[in-house]
Design a protein around this ligand. Structure first.
Ligand SMILES: Cc1ncc(C[n+]2csc(CCOP(=O)(O)OP(=O)(O)O)c2C)c(N)n1
Length: 431
């Protein structure tokens, strides 16, 4: 069997995925090793039903997987036909080659650079504040791409995936492995293979769309980034911790970012991170094993390793600090301590569940002392209460635990405040 898949009982709400699934099944039978595919389709008892209308046909090509390390002329031509001279965006996640910069330059396209893409740097094609920008409806309504090319893994931003879902642009995917990254079931063409080579070859034959397209996105990024910079300097918050850490990262260092709000705040509001490798567990989004991951990264790379983590994730794996002192590792742990899980305050449950019950089962306050925890493991401890103090603490040699304490209840309003400020500034700039 080349592939087995069980999509569960069909429901109307999943119907928009059926055509993409059928296409993937078909393509899988014809792949590098052609053969049978088992699609298991269960139905509810008693197995009766009224057939409904099929979901609308897709208005673009069926998915097509081009495998290989030796890209053929026809692969590059297919990409070029889909992208050259058109307005498009690259969504770059983990697994993006540096050569994408060259391809983006040739096409005149912006790159939405997730911190894990390795491309979040000062560059004419790189868009850093893509999440807050995509919240500005008026700007977005006049900046519709003709093509979206998704490279590597998916970023965390829900606003980005909703924007991709709403867009009628065909989505192409570039990946190094055959794991299909298509959470929206929108991918029309998937290119799998050595992406560095692919980008270099595609860049050679690509021509640019109207220069105004990139200018518009770049201007928006400058406006949004300035607003974020100013806001962060004026509001000591969890957002400013992520932003400040992104700015304090030393060239050549590694940065492990925990699931929950740290990876989101870094992606949405972090700055450029040139020459830094960013790691984060996505997919199942576990908050487990994150401290140990940072120790492993530090041991494996021999580089200064920053860890940006929430209090619950840090406590969950506090045994990862065990023996850290005796290991030769420069791990600098920055804990945003809001005494619980802040991410749940962004869910509708925060408004719908009784406040006391919500606090107990979602908020999960614990009252753990991080000073004592650091002391128990014999590592340095430092509490910070401002951007300047955090910036200075980040320069100290590890192992060190830096704690920034916050009121969990303030986080949602601060996100709303900053997002509103970005939207206002973009509306003024584009009026
Ligand atoms: C192993 C594991 N258990 C539980 C969860 C569910 N979960 C997601 S986020 C979260 C709270 C994380 O809190 P914290 O690390 O303090 O970060 P914050 O939400 O405050 O940013 C929990 C329990 C998970 N993702 N992984």
């Amino acid at each position: 069997m080349r592939w087995f898949h069980d999509p569960g009982v069909p429901t109307e709400s999943t119907s928009e995925t059926w055509r993409a699934l059928a296409s993937r099944v078909f393509i899988s039978t014809l792949g590098a090793r052609p053969g049978p595919v088992h699609l298991n389709l269960p139905f509810d008892e008693p197995l009766f039903g009224e057939p409904l209308a099929l979901p609308e046909a897709r208005d673009h090509e069926w998915s097509l997987r081009v495998r290989g390390n030796n890209w053929s002329e026809s692969d590059i031509k297919l990409f070029s036909q889909s992208c050259s001279g058109k307005t498009g965006v690259f969504v770059a996640g983990k697994g993006t080659p540096a050569a994408l910069l060259q391809l983006a330059e040739q096409l005149g396209w912006p790159i939405f650079a997730d911190p894990r893409s390795g491309l979040r740097r000062e560059h004419p094609n790189v868009i850093i504040a893509f999440d807050p920008i995509l919240r500005a409806e008026r700007f977005v309504s006049v900046a519709n791409p003709e093509v979206i090319v998704h490279v590597g893994e998916a970023p965390a931003s829900k606003v980005l995936s909703q924007w991709m879902r709403k867009s009628h642009a065909p989505v192409l995917h570039l990946g190094e492995s055959e794991t299909v990254v298509d959470p929206l079931h929108r991918v029309a063409i998937s290119f799998v293979g050595n992406l560095g080579e692919f980008c270099a070859l595609a860049a050679a034959g690509a021509h640019s769309c109207d220069a105004e397209w990139l200018t518009r996105w770049k201007k928006a990024d400058v406006v949004a980034s300035n607003v974020i910079e100013t806001w962060v300097a004026q509001h000591w918050s969890e957002i400013s911790v992520s932003h400040t850490v992104s700015r304090a990262l030393l060239a050549g260092s590694q940065c492990v970012v925990s699931s929950s709000m740290p990876i989101r705040d870094l992606e949405w509001f972090g700055g450029a991170m040139t020459d830094v490798v960013v790691h984060s567990n996505r997919g199942a989004n576990g908050i487990d094993g994150v401290v140990s991951t940072a120790v492993g990264v530090a041991l494996g790379s021999g580089a200064t390793t920053f860890l940006l983590i929430g209090d619950i994730a840090c406590i969950h794996d506090s045994n990862g600090m065990w023996d850290m002192k005796r290991r030769d590792v420069d791990v600098r742990i920055v804990v945003t301590n809001n005494d619980g899980g802040a991410i749940f305050s962004f869910l509708p449950q925060a408004r719908e569940v009784d406040a006391e019950v919500f606090e107990k089962i979602y908020g999960t306050p614990h009252g753990v002392s991080f000073a004592s925890l650091a002391h128990a493991h014999g590592i340095k401890y430092c509490a910070v209460t401002s951007v300047q103090e955090l910036d200075a603490a980040c320069q100290e040699l590890g192992p060190i635990l830096i704690e920034a304490r916050f009121e969990r209840s303030a986080d949602v309003a601060q996100h709303e405040d900053l997002n509103a400020a970005v939207i206002r500034a973009l509306e003024e700039a584009t009026a």
